[in-house]
Design a protein around this ligand. Structure first.
Ligand code: AMP
Length: 533
């Protein structure tokens, strides 16, 4: 057989030739909607490739982005990887010290940022992080523009012709850091091959079911696991794309989905439930919405039920991680399940995280490393391996897999006899707030550096809007008169605002287990009735 490298530029060349008239619609700048088709998009990507080369970006270099979901961000995805460099998407919700760490670790050569992130970019430009060039993606009216150039101006002077180099499919194309619960964030480097295989398999009818008639809006951000790979998957199958930019509020989102005749959306439960509430209040749905993909955190059954029953939107539930590109399981019914289960039973099944597609393997082990039965009841540590699962973290000499080649997910799960996996818990105690992670350990560490605080523990408590929010339980040092306002002020200077615990509880002592560790299980039980509004 011929060797045909699976590269991101091959996706671009394919969609340009075969689905060139399908559309890209982007709510990018304030009050401005950009519209083009894939042929025009490909020309802009070529201009960007020329511009990157003119800047001295070389194969293997990391080029960072701090950007919303827009056509420009997608142009960066393709142009950077197309010339053999690596597109490093930075999550702007990280704290400044985390962003600085990530940029230094990745050794980014350039930073492309949206207007909204001008302040972050400015601060970064004042540090010696090795970034040689800053480019603003939006139409910028700021007077403080001495440190950056304009994306659109740079593109305008470049030719629309470019020959994509033939690349080794095993080189890196995209880099994304995980929001680790302990220690520093870790980078996951996706290769051209892993991206292409992930797209081919995940989009299949039996899996995500993306077809050329679709108009797909990835609500999930492009700065987190490549928006679940959709910027590659969707063009590969000729569907149109809609980018909502920074419009994450339910009403704005609803209007975009409705106006642009979006058929397919993908997002985390928090955003989808806000959208659902809006739909309920207005007794209306985005006119042609037919399908949604939910993941990143467990959706509640009523979200699935309401979308399916009240609005005739087919809900697909999936599970994955930054380390798994991310799609690793999807909850689609096997034929005998489709035939034999009634609607209520099928809904119940959809609450499970789903079954593996071809290219991914799962196993459950107990604390002794023995495989536990797939009976849908027995819990085990979930291990995964496959063609788009990370083997080691970026910049690490050593493998992060087990000696027999599995990745330990840190999730506790069951798998039933039909292969459907269900997440039971996170073995670490990370707090999932609105689809993003809050490290309980980091919050505890910071709080306990405050004078007057002897001990701190953070646990997640159910929240009607954000799924979960942190609460902090504190033990004061002797003679301390620290109060809630003091600790809030202390944390406000040190953590992102959305990490701020919703409640602070002072107690005399924390429950300590046999190995000297705080027993979070006991705390969860004790504070399970805390109600957050
Ligand atoms: P991240 O690497 O930030 O995308 O987070 C991955 C983690 O999110 C997984 O290990 C799970 O703990 C959690 N997660 C992802 N999808 C789901 C889901 N559908 N249900 C429950 N937890 C999920």
């Amino acid at each position: 057989m011929m060797h045909f490298p699976l590269t991101t530029s091959s996706i671009l060349e394919y969609v340009e030739a075969e689905y060139g008239t399908r559309e890209l619609i982007s709510y990018c700048d304030k009050d401005f909607v950009f519209r083009c088709n894939y042929q025009e998009f490909a020309l802009r990507v070529k201009q960007l490739a020329n511009s990157l080369i003119a800047k001295g970006i070389k194969p293997g270099d990391r080029v960072a982005t701090l950007a919303w979901n827009t056509h420009r961000h997608m142009e960066l995805y393709y142009a950077i990887s197309g010339i053999g460099a690596i597109c490093h998407t930075i999550n702007p919700r990280y704290s400044m010290p985390q962003i600085e760490y990530i940029i230094k670790h990745a050794n980014d050569k350039a930073l492309y940022f949206d207007n909204d992130f001008l302040t972050i970019a400015k601060s970064l430009s004042e540090l010696s992080l090795g970034i040689e060039t800053f480019v603003c993606l939006g139409i910028n009216s700021s007077e403080d523009n001495s440190f950056f150039t304009s994306y659109e101006n740079e593109l305008a002077v470049q030719p629309t012709t470019f020959s994509w180099p033939v690349l080794d499919e095993n080189i890196g194309a995209a880099l994304c850091y995980t929001s680790g619960t302990t220690g520093n964030p870790k980078g996951v480097l996706y290769t051209h091959r892993s991206i292409c295989l992930h797209s081919i398999i995940s989009s299949h009818r039996e899996n995500l079911d993306v077809i050329s008639q679709d108009v797909v809006c990835p609500i999930v951000p492009m700065f987190h696991v490549n928006a679940w790979g959709l910027p590659y998957t969707v063009p590969m199958f000729g569907a149109s794309m809609v980018f909502a930019g920074s419009n994450m509020q339910a009403e704005a989102l609803f209007n975009i989905l409705d106006k642009e005749k979006v058929t397919y959306i993908a997002g985390v439960p928090t955003i989808l439930s806000a959208l659902l509430n809006y739909m309920d209040q207005h007794s209306s749905k985005p006119q042609v919405l037919r399908k949604l993909l939910v993941g990143g955190a467990a959706p509640n059954t009523s979200l699935i039920e309401k979308f399916e029953q009240d609005y005739d939107v087919n809900v697909l539930h999936g599970w994955g991680m930054t380390e798994t590109s991310p799609v690793a399981t999807l909850c689609t019914p096997k034929p005998h399940i489709r035939e034999n289960l009634n609607f209520a039973e099928q809904l119940a099944l959809k609450s499970k995280q789903g079954r593996r597609p071809y290219g991914v393997e799962l196993k459950l082990i107990n604390t002794s490393g023995e495989i536990v039965p797939h009976d849908g009841k027995t819990f085990g540590d979930l291990l995964v391996r496959g063609a788009w699962v990370s083997e080691r973290y970026f910049g690490c000499e050593t493998s992060s897999s087990t000696p027999d080649g599995w990745f330990e997910t840190g999730d506790i799960a069951t798998i039933d006899q039909d292969g459907y996996m269900q997440i039971v818990d996170r073995s670490k105690d990370v707090i999932k707030s609105g689809g993003e992670w809050i490290s309980s350990v980091e919050l505890e560490n910071i709080a306990s550096t405050m004078q007057g605080i002897a001990q701190a523990a953070v646990i997640g408590v159910a929240h009607p809007k954000w799924t979960e929010r942190p609460i902090m339980i504190l033990v004061k040092s002797a003679n301390s008169n620290v109060n809630t306002d003091d600790i809030k002020a202390f944390l406000a200077e040190r953590v992102p605002s959305w990490w701020m615990p919703d409640s602070f509880i002072f107690t005399d002592a924390l429950p300590i287990g046999a190995t000297g560790k705080v027993q979070k299980k006991d705390l969860r039980e004790k504070y399970k009735d805390v109600v957050l509004s």
